[in-house]
Design a protein around this ligand. Sequence first.
Ligand code: GNR
Ligand code: NI
Length: 177
Amino acid sequence: MAKREILQYPDRRLRTPARAVEVIDDRIQALIDDMFETMYDAPGIGLAATQVDVHERIVVMDVSDGGDDQRVLINPEIIERAEQSDVAEEGCLSIPGYTDDVTRPERIRVRALDRQGEPFELEAEGLLARCIQHEVDHLEGRLFIDYLSELKRKRLRRRFEKAARQRPGAAAGTDAV
Ligand code: GNR
Ligand code: NI
C-alpha cells in the first residue's frame, strides 16, 4: 500500500471526467487500497480516484466515527434524488482549509459495483448521501465550490492560485472557475 498525492484546486486535472471501470483487476484493488490509505491519512471521509489523478469511476468512503465502515463504489450512478433539499457545510481534500454551505438533495438512491464487482443499490441520507454526491461530482470533474456564487468562486480561485504559486511543483490551473 502507498499513500498517493492529492491534487489541489485549481489543478485542471480535477476537471477531467472519469471513465467507467471495465475490469476490476489487481491494479484496481491496489488503487482502492492506496485510496483508503490516502483518505484515512488526510484525514477525510471520502475520496474519488480523480483526486489522485486516476480518471476512472472509483470512490472510497468511511463516514463512521470509528473508521471501520469502508465503502467502495465502482461506476456509481445516482438513480434517484429526493425533491427535498438539505443545506450543510462541506469541505474537500482538494481545497484544503475552505468550507462552505452546499444545498443538495437530502436523500438519494445510488447503484454501483462493490470491490468484488457485485452490483448493489443503496439508499442514503444525511452525511452519507452528501458524501456520495460530493464524490460522484468529482468523477464528473465537478467541485463543491461550483455551487457557490461567482464572487466567492473568483475570490477562492485567486487565493488558491496564489497558494499554488508558493508550492513548488504544483501544476498551474487554467480552467475557468
Ligand atoms: O473529508 C471530507 N469531508 C466532507 C464533508 C462534508 C461533505 C463532503 C465531504 S468529502 C471530504 C473529502 C473529499 O474531499 N472527498 O472528495
Ligand atoms: Ni472532495
